[in-house]
Design a protein around this ligand. Structure first.
Ligand code: HGY
Ligand code: MN
Ligand code: MN
Length: 360
């Protein structure tokens, strides 16, 4: 950002912003995404939207109709929420959905505190999160799913984003010898966890085709080959585009955990890690994206995002929308994540055209 001559400011949660042309004194058009990833993931999810912002700033700098609005390129902190929860943390704090001091107290599984880690890497900034209200927010992002590729569509005009519920479940059983303990005398936390995982798949399969459930992280204690697990700690990620259905999934899981505790004589504790309602993006911006794609002769479709994004948070403080480009084989959050250069360019073309429209 500095090499491109942007004024760089860092806020208290480590969000990185590059500003141009703020002399007009108007609220900026914000373009951005995130530069963090899950462990062992791809290289497009996030960085594509930030680098595209730099490209737009570059193209606008030399553009005859110099943007009549400042640009604010954003790289939000900890969008993935893999190390510190909740996810979309930087944009959530920026949008006023989470107190910055509370967020800075987040701890990772090794006990490291976010506040100290930001200081250690030199991104504990001074700017108050939310101090600059964007005029509009656009996030260019890979789809991370199979829809655009399978429908052979070049651009996604994202009109909505599904709700997300994250929790950590800790099941307490009783450690005992793997050889001498008869089955009927076991309080096996590992077995109980396995029941929850298969219950969740049954739940979403039987309940609704739009619901998904994921247990992505699981750890046993004492985690020894010859000891019945005394503890199983795992995460549950529930999603659905409809808030009512998402609540029903959460309640069904809660009721199941109550029955499980009784039947297996184990202790079940839950900790909420993140909870975001579905979001509908700004209709006017979505139509602009459709019009720009069509005028650039790209095929385009409106769609709902299955993944969480920073736009989900910034939508609470200004008109926001997203532009998707296809993901090869619908793969993401994996090193196999890939989008071809021509596809990346088409997304940038549409983003630039929409920014010009908004600036006018
Ligand atoms: O979990 C998500 O959907 C996003 O990638 N953080
Ligand atoms: Mn992302
Ligand atoms: Mn991601």
């Amino acid at each position: 950002m500095r090499e491109d001559g942007l004024d760089v400011i860092i806020d208290k949660i480590g969000n990185i912003f590059g500003l141009t042309g703020q002399s007009t004194g108007k609220n900026p058009i914000m373009i951005g995404s995130h530069i963090d990833t899950p462990n062992n993931a791809g290289k497009y999810d996030g960085p594509y939207g930030v680098i595209a912002g730099l490209e737009v700033a570059e193209k606008l700098r030399n553009h005859p109709s110099q943007s009549r609005r400042p640009l604010m390129i954003a790289a939000f902190t900890n969008e993935e929420g893999v190390r510190f929860q909740p996810d979309m943390m930087g944009s959530l704090v920026y949008a006023g959905g989470l107190d910055v001091e509370m967020a800075l107290n987040a701890r990772d599984l090794d006990g490291a505190i976010l506040r100290d880690e930001l200081r250690r890497i030199g991104y504990s900034g001074d700017m108050t999160p939310g101090a600059i209200t964007p005029h509009a927010f656009l996030e260019l992002h890979i789809e991370q799913g199979p829809v655009l590729e399978s429908d052979n569509i070049q651009i996604g005009a994202v009109e909505a984003l599904q709700g997300i519920s994250w929790q950590r479940i800790t099941i307490g059983g009783k450690a005992n010898h793997a050889g001498t303990t008869p089955t009927r005398l076991r309080y096996d936390a590992g077995l109980a966890a396995a029941h929850v995982i298969t219950f969740l798949r049954r739940l979403v399969t039987e309940y609704s085709s739009t619901s998904v459930a994921t247990v992505g992280q699981l750890a046993f204690k004492p985690n020894s080959i010859n000891v019945v697990p005394s503890q199983a700690s795992f995460t549950v990620d529930l999603r659905d585009p409809d808030e009512f259905r998402l609540c029903q999934l959460e309640q069904a899981l809660d009721a199941y955990l109550g029955r499980l505790a009784a039947e297996h004589c184990v202790i079940v504790e839950t900790e909420r890690l993140a909870r975001f309602k579905p979001v509908v993006f700004d209709r006017g911006l979505v139509e602009m994206i459709v019009d720009s794609a069509r005028s650039l002769e790209y095929s385009v479709m409106k769609m709902t995002s299955g993944a969480g994004h920073d736009a989900q948070m910034i939508a609470h403080i200004c008109p926001s929308a997203m532009i998707f480009v296809p993901s090869r084989n619908g793969i993401s959050h994996d090193p196999a994540e890939y989008t071809a250069p021509g596809q990346l360019d088409s997304g940038l073309d549409v983003l630039f055209d929409v920014v010009l429209k908004i600036a006018k």
